[in-house]
Each structure stands twice: as C-alpha cells, then as structure tokens.
Design a protein around this ligand. Structure first.
Ligand code: EPU
Length: 342
C-alpha cells in the first residue's frame, strides 16, 4: 500500500530548510516491494517520482512540485561474507560505517559522521578524508523505471568521478536505489593520512589505527570543522572543489602563493574552493540571509533566508566574487530538487 500525504512543505524534508515549495504528494517507502507499486501509482496520477533520502544534500525550490516525493527508508544491514556488507538504501550512511568499524572492517571509516542516507552515497559519490564510496562499492540494486524491473549495477556502470555519477547525469530519475553492497578489508591503514586527520593524530600522539579508533578521530576532526545541521541549517559543503588547468594554477599561485591541497586529476588540478572563498575574505559574511560559516568557508548556513530565490542570489554573488578574483567558475554541490520532465 502506498500512503500519500498531500501538500507537504519540501523544506521540512531538507537540512538547509529553505524554499517555499510544497510537494503535491509525499510517501515513505520502507520495503523494496513497494517500489514498483510507487511507480504504478505515479503512472495512474500522471506524476513523476522524486526520491529523497535524509535531505542533507538537497535544496527545496520556491515553486510547488507536481510530483510524488518518496522518502527512501528501506532499512537493513547484513554481512554477506567476511568482508562484504549490504545495506538498505534508507539506512543512515553513518550507521553502515559504524557497523563496519565495529567489526574491524576497513575502507569506509573516513566517511564517519557524513550525513545522509546509504542510497544517496553513490548518487554524489560521497567522500571524505581520502575515501569515497566508489572505492568500495561493488554493486547496488535499483528499480529501473525504464524496464520496470529490479537491476543490479556494478561500480563501472555507475560512472563514478569526483562527486558525480550517472545518477546525477544521464540516468537522473531513472533508478530507485534499494540497496548497496560494499567490499571492505582487514588491512589497517597506516600513516600518513589525509592532512587534517594526520595533524590530529600527531597532535594527540595517537598510534592505534584500528577502524574503530580512526572513526573516533574522524568524528573529532569533523566536529571541529563542520557545523552540525541540527543546530544551524546547512547542506555541508555547498560548492564542489574546483578543477582547473595548470596555467590557471600558475596564475593563482603568482598572486596568492602556494595553493594547499592541490591534487592532479587527469590533465586538471583540483583545488579547494573553501580556500578560495576564504582568501576572498568571505568567511562569516552574510548574503541575502545565507551565511558563509565563520570557520569553514566551503559551508553555507541558512541564517535567516526564507526563499530559494534568496539562496540563488547569494550563490550567484559568491560565484561572481570568486570568478573576478581567481578566474574560476565554482559549482554548487547539493542538488536542487526538481521533477524530471516537468
Ligand atoms: N580551507 C581554507 N579555508 C576554509 C576552508 C578550507 O583555507 O575556510 C582549506 C583547508 O585549510 C585545506 C583545504 O582548504 O587546506 C581543504 O579543506 P578540507 O580538508 O576541510 O576539505 P574540503 O576540500 O574543503 C572536502 C569535502 C568535504 C569533506 C572534506 C574532508 C567536497 C566538496 N567537500 O572538503 O565533504 O568532509 O573534504 O575530506 O569535496 C560535503 O561534501 O558535504 C563535505 C563536507
């Protein structure tokens, strides 16, 4: 049975808490078997389906959404073999991480404390402190709305790159992810770790690198750098790190000195957008009710903004300042909620 609630404020389903729009219908999916039923219902109502997890990387629009918004709450974590875990897409990603680290399994401990659901992890190829989900995901199960069947996709099928996958691009809206399977390992990572983690380890003279301990360290590092959206609404990193050319990097370094964390990716170089926003002196600044975090310039907080239009203006102004100062176009990272084809 698909239970539909009418005219629900979308912002209440997101952690950024912005936007005036309502969902025509809202439903909660708790069982895999409800998914085909959901799409059948959508067909009867001639409405598209929009899937939401925890809403921690999604921004609500000002206009109403003529769609069925489906909250993915399919639960369950199971150990398939010594090193393989399968998790329902509606689990909290952090619960999967905790489950793994408690069992001494390595490979996702750096994702400790990342908000959001398991099903959202492959969509934006969630990553933190040197790990991302593409490194461990071996397959996922999804309902394919084109064929009307459940399918299994492997990691290559997902087309993972930095914070991207087919689910944000050519296959947007096509699949309803029901579970993911990750393959972990028992080989404990050794220093040097990702810089901010390594600094913490050195400062505290830590020598135990078991996944459970690393989880604790990561949670401590995150807690000091990333504001909690339960206290002030936010969507984590608001911009992607920027991919620039070597000659762009040379120009930037001529004016600003060495860029920290510059990392080659193919022919391009990834540089931290937080550093650029910081260099532009924008930490703590308020744009149309949207505040750049005092400590971490990559994070936007919803201070007093009400509308998506406020946010759009704030984002455009920040993008322009960075463009003028560094010649780099920075891109929004969270996804704006839209109904495909409408
Ligand atoms: N930096 C500044 N000023 C700032 C913020 C950052 O100079 O205000 C500098 C830092 O000092 C550091 C560099 O920028 O040299 C990189 O910063 P950090 O290590 O904090 O990571 P990030 O690149 O800003 C990414 C992810 C985060 C993830 C962290 C840790 C993206 C868009 N963001 O941030 O993910 O937690 O690495 O691995 O890739 C998220 O996606 O919501 C998220 C929080």
């Amino acid at each position: 049975m698909i239970d539909l609630q009418e005219n629900v404020l979308l912002r209440d389903l997101t952690t950024f808490k912005i936007g005036l729009g309502r969902a025509r219908y809202l439903t909660t999916i708790t069982e895999r078997q409800q998914v085909p039923e959901l799409y059948q219902k959508a067909q009867e109502l001639n409405l598209p389906v929009v899937i939401l997890g925890e809403g921690s990387n999604s921004i609500a629009p000002d206009r109403d959404l003529e769609a069925i918004v489906a909250l993915n709450r399919i639960k369950g974590i199971e150990q398939l073999s010594e090193t393989e875990l399968r998790a329902g897409a509606g689990e909290f990603l952090d619960d999967l991480v905790a489950y793994a680290t408690e069992r001494g399994l390595c490979g996702i401990e750096s994702l400790s404390g990342v908000p959001g659901s398991v099903g959202a992890a492959p969509i934006q190829n969630v990553g933190a402190y040197g790990q991302d989900i593409s490194q461990v995901l071996i397959e996922l199960e999804a309902f394919d709305t084109v064929t009307g069947e459940f399918v299994v996709l492997n990691s290559t099928d997902c087309g993972f790159t930095y914070r991207e996958s087919i689910f944000k691009q050519q296959a947007k809206g096509r699949y309803f992810i029901t579970s993911i399977t990750v393959k972990l390992h028992h080989k404990q990572p050794q220093p040097p770790f990702y810089t901010s983690l390594q600094n913490y380890i050195e400062q505290h003279h830590l020598t135990d690198f078991s996944p459970a301990k690393l989880r604790q360290y990561i949670l401590a590092v995150r807690g000091s750098k990333i504001p909690d959206y339960h206290q002030v609404p936010s969507a984590g990193s608001f911009f992607k790190n920027a991919l620039i050319t070597k000659s762009q990097l040379d120009d930037i370094e001529k004016s600003f000195g060495t860029v920290p964390f510059a990392e080659p990716i193919g022919d391009l170089i990834k540089i931290p957008t937080g550093w650029m926003i910081d260099q532009a002196g924008l930490r703590g600044r308020l744009f149309h009710g949207v505040k750049i975090d005092d400590n971490n310039a990559l994070i936007l907080l919803n201070d007093s903004a009400k509308t998506f239009a406020d946010l759009t203006q704030a984002v455009a102004e920040i993008q322009q300042i960075i463009k003028d100062k560094f010649g780099v176009a920075i891109e929004q990272e969270p996804i704006n909620i839209t109904a495909i084809g409408r």
